[in-house]
Design a protein around this ligand. Structure first.
Ligand SMILES: [Zn+2]
Length: 235
C-alpha cells in the first residue's frame, strides 16, 4: 500500500478530533504520528499546521500540537461579539445583496443540507461555519471578513469541545431563515433571524465531558483510518 497523502491524513485526524473522544490537551506527537501513518515528520508537520490553522488543534511553538481545552467563559464573550458583528452584516446585506450573492448563498445552504442528510459531520461543520464567512465576504469589506473569520474560527474550536445537545439538528433551517429574510430584503427580519440563530447555537453548546478512560490516540486513528479505507500501523 502506498504511503498516505496529506489530504488522507488530514481527513483521518480531523475525524479523530471532531469525534471529541480525546481529552483536552492530548499531545499529538509528530514522531508517533509519522510512525502510525508511515510518512515523514515533515508531512505530519504540514498536516498539523493545517489543523492548527483551522483551529481544530493548538500548535504551540517549540512544544508541538495538542487537542484544545477551551475555557467555558469564552463562549459567551465570543457569541456576544458574533451577534453584534453578524447582526450588522445581516442588516447591511438585506439592503445590498446582489443576484449573484443570492445565488452563492442559496447554493451554500443546499450543500449544508446535503452534508447533514448524508451524515457527514466533519463536512457539515465546515460548511456551516463557512456560511457565516460567506455572508461577511458578500459585504466586500476586508475588515469585516477578517473579523468574521477570527470569530467563526474561535467558535469552530469551541464547538469541537462542547457537545451540541441536539446533535446535528443544526442551524440548517436557521441558516435558511437568514437566507430567506435577506432574499426578501427585510432588514429587521434578517437581523432577528441571525441573532436568534447565534443565540440558539450558543444554547446548544454544552460542556463535553471526556473521560481519561476513553480510547487513546493510536486506537482512534486506527478506527477512523479503517472507516476511510486506509490502513495505519497501530500496535
Ligand atoms: Zn450558523
Amino acid at each position: 500500500m502506498p504511503p498516505m497523502d496529506e489530504a488522507a491524513i488530514h481527513a483521518i485526524l480531523s475525524r479523530v478530533i471532531l469525534s471529541r473522544r480525546l481529552p483536552g490537551r492530548t499531545k499529538l506527537g509528530e514522531v508517533r504520528l509519522a510512525e502510525l501513518f508511515g510518512v515523514s515528520r515533515e508531512r505530519i508537520r504540514k498536516v498539523l499546521h493545517r489543523l492548527g490553522h483551522e483551529r481544530l488543534i493548538d500548535v504551540v511553538k517549540n512544544r508541538g500540537a495538542f487537542t484544545v481545552a477551551p475555557d467555558l467563559s469564552e463562549i459567551h464573550v465570543v457569541f456576544e461579539a458574533r451577534r453584534i458583528l453578524e447582526g450588522g452584516i445581516a442588516a447591511h446585506l438585506a439592503e445590498r445583496l446582489t443576484d449573484a450573492g443570492m445565488l452563492r448563498l442559496r447554493e451554500h445552504v443546499e450543500r449544508e443540507a446535503e452534508a447533514l442528510r448524508s451524515g457527514d459531520r466533519a463536512t457539515w461543520l465546515k460548511l456551516s461555519a463557512e456560511f457565516h464567512v460567506l455572508l461577511a465576504e458578500l459585504t466586500e469589506n476586508p475588515i469585516i471578513v477578517q473579523q468574521a473569520r477570527e470569530l467563526v474560527g474561535r467558535t469552530t474550536m469551541l464547538a469541537t469541545f462542547f457537545e451540541s445537545s441536539s446533535g446535528s439538528q443544526c442551524g440548517c433551517d436557521e441558516h435558511r431563515a437568514v437566507f430567506r429574510a435577506l432574499a426578501a430584503g427585510e432588514r429587521g427580519r434578517a437581523v432577528r433571524a441571525m441573532s436568534s440563530h447565534l443565540a440558539q447555537v450558543e444554547t446548544r453548546l454544552k460542556p463535553f465531558a471526556c473521560t481519561d478512560a476513553g480510547p487513546d490516540l493510536d486506537s482512534l486513528i486506527g478506527e477512523y483510518a479503517a472507516e476511510l479505507g486506509g490502513e495505519v500501523s497501530v500496535g
